[in-house]
Design a protein around this ligand. Sequence first.
Ligand code: FES
Length: 104
Amino acid sequence: MNDFVSVISAADIPNGTMKTVMISGIPVALANVDGTFFAVNDLCSHKQCSLGTEGVLDGTVVVCGCHGARFDMGTGKALSLPATTDVATYETKVENGNVWVKVL
Ligand code: FES
């Protein structure tokens, strides 16, 4: 598969919030920042806490709820310890009111 998958209604992720969704067996943290949707692998690269469920958004940065590592939602870059490894990012688009994500 190498195409976008319709994941969720955009209305179900209000501005400033995140959700964890499973796409083709991959856990993905989806975030809405001022109407722009970002998707990164849901598992924190430190100890695999769920970023979408336990993390907190700070603009386009997600702060892991377990030990406070910060990741850029746009690039997946690990911005602060204890995480030292980036997380994968995925392309998103909004079409017909739904958020689409390309994981593969
Ligand atoms: S599991 Fe995310 S900072 Fe430790």
